[in-house]
Design a protein around this ligand. Structure first.
Ligand code: SF4
Ligand code: SF4
Length: 381
């Protein structure tokens, strides 16, 4: 696949061509609290969220250098959507399938961790059943990710085996770079990762002689990328390696440490809502006897009702058990089935939790306690 170089000042020209090619463009913008679907109860706070950019006049609202509060998973997996429609007629009940109405879309500005999250969700939604709602949207969407050059304190992608400029899950990766590693980044290395990405770039560049001039050869930047990527990784504050945590969690399942670490969880579910990889949903019928819809709504294993049975029994009858389930699913169960952890280290749940429950710190503490115990046992042998 080809690599290009694009000057930062020419990014808007690229977006204009995307729009004039009748593609739906989605990118991060700043959304004031009353316009967003609330993530927290904080007043007067603006959130950075993925939204459709309807026209050229709206391109100025795209936020390039910030991190979004919500992931872009809702582009493929909306928080609520109808899956069938029913109508009760005299002749009987008519059931109609809902078409997901996937439009050709360019999603710009997902971070490499988010893009890897799409690949984790795709494995799940095409595993024992092909979910047409997720898969049709994914197929129609070209993901252009934005490499990270200033990780946040809450980021820990390298702990789960990723990197700030990871490519899996992206169709194209734009990495902000400079001519010299010490200068301010003023250009993008544009790496085309998949045939879908190649199709987009070739069709967009093909329609415009202007773009042929601004997308120039990028191989020299590819060589500089490795050193730059290492420099960014060095800036990360959280870099404990979590690859052995699966074994530790098996050992810690009934350990009181996991209970005490997670005891303060309120069960609000915010961590699942902001997470790029949480994918639990509930199916509910909304409507009247004559007409209505079967809806697929986001759900969370942190909610007390999630596992409550019709007879009243709840196998996860305490909040710490629900929290433990979330960690076990992310770092043990999913990994056993699909090889990777179901956490991409984006740190959103760390920032959003109202009681500062921090998955990185919990795992870090479990690891340390496990290592200390093991040392003690080895000495006693
Ligand atoms: S860990 Fe935090 S965000 Fe998640 S359910 Fe518990 S209190 Fe809410
Ligand atoms: S569990 Fe937290 S850090 Fe991991 S992917 Fe989900 S929101 Fe990000």
């Amino acid at each position: 696949m080809k690599n290009y170089q694009l000057s930062a000042k020419d990014l808007a020209a690229f977006f204009e061509k995307v729009l004039s090619n009748n593609l739906r463009l989605i990118a991060p913008i700043k959304v004031k609290q009353n316009e967003s679907q609330n993530v927290t109860k904080l007043k007067n706070k603006a959130h950075i969220l993925f939204r459709e950019i309807p026209s050229k006049d709206d391109l100025k609202n795209i936020v390039i250098d910030a991190y979004t509060d919500m992931s872009a998973k809702e582009i493929f997996f909306p928080r609520s959507e109808p899956v069938i429609e029913y109508t009760n007629k005299k002749s009987g009940v008519v059931i109609k399938d809902i078409d997901p109405q996937a439009k050709e879309t360019v999603l710009f500005g997902a971070r490499p961790c988010d893009a890897f999250g799409f690949s984790l969700l795709e494995r799940l939604f095409s595993w024992d059943y092909d979910d047409p709602f997720f898969l049709k949207r994914r197929e129609k969407t070209t993901v252009i990710s934005l490499g990270c050059t200033s990780p946040l304190e809450s980021c820990f992608c390298t702990s789960v085996g990723l990197s700030p400029m990871n490519t899996e899950g992206s169709d194209i990766l734009f990495t902000p770079m400079s001519n010299n590693n010490n200068d301010k980044e003023d250009r993008y290395l544009v790496e085309v990762i998949t045939p879908r990405g190649e199709k987009l770039i070739e069709s967009i560049i093909g329609i415009s002689s202007d773009l042929k001039n601004i997308f120039t050869e990028g191989n020299s930047l590819v060589q500089a990328k490795a050193a730059f990527e290492n420099k960014v990784k060095e800036q990360m504050k959280r870099k404990e390696d979590f690859k052995d945590i699966t074994e530790i969690l098996k050992y810690k399942f009934d350990d009181s440490q996991l209970e005490s670490e997670t005891y303060r969880c309120l069960g609000c579910g915010v961590c699942s809502m902001v997470c790029p990889t949480c994918h639990c949903f509930d199916i509910v019928d909304e409507g009247e006897a004559s007409h209505g819809y079967r809806m697929k709504n986001w759900d969370s294993c942190s909610f007390a009702l999630f596992t409550k049975h019709g007879g009243g029994h709840n196998p996860r009858d305490m909040q710490f058990k629900r929290c433990r389930q979330r960690y076990m699913h992310k770092l043990h169960y999913y990994r056993e089935k699909f090889a990777d952890a179901l956490c991409v280290g984006c740190g959103r749940c760390v920032k959003a939790c109202p009681v500062n429950l921090d998955i990185y710190s919990v795992v870090y503490n479990l690891k340390k306690a496990y290592a200390n115990n093991k040392n003690k046992e080895d000495k006693e042998k």
